[in-house]
Design a protein around this ligand. Sequence first.
Ligand code: 2NL
Length: 357
Amino acid sequence: MSDLRAKYLEQIGAAPDAAALEGVRLAALGKKGEIALKMRELGQMSAEERQAAGPALNGLKSEIDAALKARKSALEDAALDARLKTEWLDVTLPGRPRPTGSIHPISQVMEELTAIFADMGFAVAEGPQVESDWFNFDALNIAPEHPARQEHDTFFMHRAEGDDRPPHVLRTHTSPVQIRAMQAQGAPIRVIAPGRVYRMDMDQTHTPMFHQVEGLAIDRDISMAQLKWTLEEFCRAFFELDEVELRFRASHFPFTEPSAEVDIRCSWDNGQLKLGEGNDWLEILGSGMVHPHVLRAGGIDPDQWQGFAFGMGIDRIAMLKYGIPDLRAFFESDLRWLRHYGFAALDQPSLAAGLSR
Ligand code: 2NL
């Protein structure tokens, strides 16, 4: 019996893995294992022999059982240790930054200015980007011989030979949206029309598609004083300034009379633009009192109603607000724009270095 004990305890101690251990268990304690055979032999023994051998066999069985369990858990511990050695994780490593998406700066600015004008009672109007030349030009008092109506300034829709529908264009401003709003709603009316506009222009300060917001306020006695206050209030809110000063310069647009270009007071301190203070002026928009012809085209009686209108480039005021020096930033991947876009290019060290400049 002590040979059995020594044999199995040795085998258990030497079993390299769970499968080998199971082999030892079956050989020792299985139904046809050696201990079971010995148990069966008890029947042929004398009563005294049985009294000595029985408990000894049971004891051996328990001992082997306990040794199997101990070895099993030792093997499991060792396996876990081995895994932990290979599958370690350095929880002190800095996290890997993930590129995050963000709202396009033009969309952000559109949302901001819409909110500001909404606070002043302006509704938002939208309309088609392909317009008849009547809505885009005639309704706005732009004469047929006006240079803007020439083929090289405006994108005209293709017309097949014999197609005699009226000419259509990619809208060159969002004014036609306001003509449609006047026709639909009549006076009094307060709307802004933000959106994409198209002109055949492409150089360092122009792109063929850009964004514009126009505003229109018509009532019995709207004046240029209210125009000026509205624009000042907008600039204060949009550029986040306590004080702004605007300057009106006489100008000409076919759709307004009188017309004014509007400048904002600013300073250029060693290349750094500051709005709201200084001795310089920066043009930011065009405006005026709606021309009687335009009111009439909108179905509004100019003897009963009058109003102001203005238009400004969204791309331009977005660049002013976010400090982008020129339009090429849009195309040559200026990193400040990329950061607004949330582009992954910032992961490239050579590009990211540019950010600190
Ligand atoms: C500019 C000038 C302007 C308007 C747009 C307008 C619209 C209607 C009637 C009258 Cl429906 N006027 N719009 C008026 C004055 C100027 O835009 O330089 N924009 C960037």
